[in-house]
Design a protein around this ligand. Structure first.
Ligand code: FES
Length: 104
């Protein structure tokens, strides 16, 4: 691989990383979902924002919070715990866009 290819590969990797960075607004506080965050819960915890959790795997529903704006997805498939309309389980989802969340 020559220097030009190495540079292109680095740029592509950086582009991919930038696409994975989304702004997460939680009760008015803005934080960033970074590529090293595996779930939205990890992102929220990294900002020392208190959120309930138990199983951290989509079974119990303890982490349920409201999605006020934006889109998320569940990379490992739909969780088993009940989620109401406009609610999400941050322990097993990641954002597809900037998101606005409310924790009761
Ligand atoms: S912590 Fe159990 S569903 Fe999220």
């Amino acid at each position: 691989m020559n220097a030009a290819n190495a540079s292109q590969n680095t740029e592509k990797k950086d582009d991919k990383n930038l696409k994975n960075i989304h702004i997460v607004q939680v009760d008015g506080q803005k934080i960033s979902f970074l590529p090293n965050h595996n779930t939205l819960l990890e992102c929220i915890e990294s900002a020392n924002i208190e959120v309930h959790y138990h199983c951290r795997d989509g079974y119990c529903g303890a982490c349920r919070i409201r999605l006020d704006d934006g889109q998320i997805h569940y990379p490992n498939g739909e969780p088993l715990a009940y989620v109401g309309e406009n609610e999400i389980l941050p322990c097993c989802c990641v954002p597809n866009s900037n998101v606005t969340l409310s924790i009761d």
